[in-house]
Design a protein. Structure first.
Length: 94
């Protein structure tokens, strides 16, 4: 079971690396790395792409951490493993 939890933490890191703000901006034809604050966060998407797209980007970003923590919990991980999964999902992306 420990191997599943270690793999889960690694998977959480990779899921956390998905740049939803950038992807949502690209769907609307806007490169958020070249406008506004040049960041891929929900605020920049909200201000430069659209309100709905910004809210969607923020919700998707928050869901990455929830996915990691609830997944570790579902696998029977201790609170420490759940915390580590959440931190891994919100660490520096690839």
């Amino acid at each position: 079971m420990e191997y599943f939890l270690i793999l889960w933490i690694i998977l959480s890191y990779f899921v956390g690396s998905i740049p939803f703000g950038y992807l949502v901006g690209q769907l609307k034809g806007v490169n958020v790395l070249k406008v506004g604050t040049k960041q891929i966060g929900g605020t920049n998407v909200f201000q430069n792409v659209g309100k709905l797209e910004g809210a969607l980007s923020g919700i998707l970003d928050a869901s990455k951490g929830c996915f990691a923590v609830y997944g570790a919990w579902g696998l029977g991980g201790s609170i420490e493993v759940q915390l580590l999964s959440g931190v891994a999902a919100n660490s520096q992306p690839l």
